[in-house]
Design a protein around this ligand. Structure first.
Ligand SMILES: Cc1ncc(COP(=O)(O)O)c(C=O)c1O
Length: 380
């Protein structure tokens, strides 16, 4: 049996190991100088004034909403990981799902317009699989209706729209989970140009205490800790931060490799009329955190994915069911099948193929050949 092509694979080297060793030797493992350095470098990379590190993107999304004191409805796509909607609920707001565009699989600005009412306070565009949403249109809608935009850029670290990085349009939230464009094991980040939001987010992530241990060391009485709100422990640790610092240096190279691999796969797959390869509109720089194709109605999608998996190509599906059809959202928000026709159709047609920077030509050829066989076997 030939070797399995994994769905994803983080790219670590000796530098990560060396820097983790240094942290362990230093004895300072939580909210210290490396976390601060990672925040400064990440803010610089995204082009935002401030970056606040956290233990996940889920925490980042929740803290961002709370830092802006939003109360009301936030519009987001249902075609996403449940963390996007869960964060809205956990921050005390109401998720309102909008439909997506079939080609980009991103939230439709036209459907956002239809969902806006006097209770709407924000929009959470999710940059699906590494492709930016139509941020010019979304920012225009937000400005006209005085709405906050919280970009869920978990899947799009380094992607751009009209040459501007995702996560820099208003408030940005990122994930450093192992499947993402760079990883810190678990981790997240908020980016913003608003000093007050950054300060509030820091307070929320650290038990409601405004200054962390590293900053308090510079004060006359570093032992004084006072909560100004019932915060959380959403903090990133120093081991994650050095992973982030090392990975950040590799990010652009990783993304270029992902793009090269995507180009190779798309060239090999676009000859099959039953397959639609990922689209990349001219004004977007796609970073292919995932490589997601759509198969036509003539293909039995579920068996197609099972066939690939049984033949050592670790395919998957992102995302089925869409969030509005998860039991919690159906029960609490009365969401029903038929609410979002494009989302529901796309969820039944998508297939996520392996994608990672170190993927070899041999692995990609294996994916293409196995797909050719799968198309033969999985007609319906
Ligand atoms: C779109 C989206 N938002 C949020 C998250 C949650 O990220 P984390 O695992 O860092 O909390 C993910 C993770 O898979 C995601 O894909």
């Amino acid at each position: 049996m030939s070797e399995r092509v994994p769905l994803c694979k983080p790219g670590f080297g000796k530098e990560e190991l060396k820097r983790i060793g240094e942290v362990l030797e230093s004895g300072w493992l939580a909210h210290g100088p490396r976390v601060k350095e990672f925040e400064e470098k990440f803010a610089g990379y995204i082009g935002a004034k401030y970056a606040v590190s956290l233990n996940s993107c889920a925490s980042a999304l929740q803290a961002a909403i709370m830092a802006k004191s939003l109360k009301g409805e936030i519009i987001l796509p249902s075609f996403t990981f449940p963390a996007s909607a869960n964060a809205i609920v956990n921050a005390g707001c109401v998720p309102v799902f909008a439909d997506i565009e079939k080609d980009t699989m991103n939230i439709s600005p036209e459907d956002i317009m239809k969902k806006i009412n006097h209770n709407t306070v924000g929009i959470m565009p999710v940059h699906f699989a590494g492709l930016s949403c139509k941020m010019d249109k979304i920012m225009e809608i937000a400005t006209n209706h005085d709405l906050t935009v919280i970009e869920d850029s978990a899947e799009a670290i380094g992607s751009t729209y009209q040459s501007k990085k995702t996560g820099s349009f208003d408030i940005g939230c990122f994930s450093f989970y192992p499947t993402k464009n760079i990883t810190t094991g678990e981790g997240g980040m908020i980016t913003t140009n608003d000093e007050k939001i950054a300060e509030n987010a820091r307070t929320i992530r650290g038990h409601g205490v405004k200054k962390g241990a590293f900053e308090r060391e510079k004060l006359d009485k570093p032992w004084i800790r006072v909560s100004v709100m019932p915060g959380y422990n959403f903090r990133m640790n120093e081991i994650s931060a050095v992973l982030g610092l090392t990975q950040l240096k590799k990010l652009d190279r990783f993304n270029e490799k992902r793009r090269e691999n995507a180009k190779y796969l798309s060239k090999g797959l676009s000859r099959y009329k039953q397959i639609t390869v990922p689209s990349e509109p001219e004004d977007a720089y796609h970073v292919y955190q995932m490589y997601v194709i759509q198969v036509s109605e003539s293909v039995d999608r579920d068996n197609f994915v099972i066939f690939l998996r049984n033949n050592n190509v670790e395919a998957s599906v992102h995302f089925e069911p869409p969030v509005h059809l998860h039991p919690y959202y159906m029960n609490e928000y009365k969401c029903r099948e038929g609410d979002l026709p494009i989302t529901e159709n796309v969820a039944k047609r998508v297939v996520t193929l392996p994608m990672f920077p170190s993927m070899t030509k041999k692995q990609m050829d294996k994916i293409i050949v196995t797909i050719c066989k799968a198309l033969e076997k999985c007609k319906q």
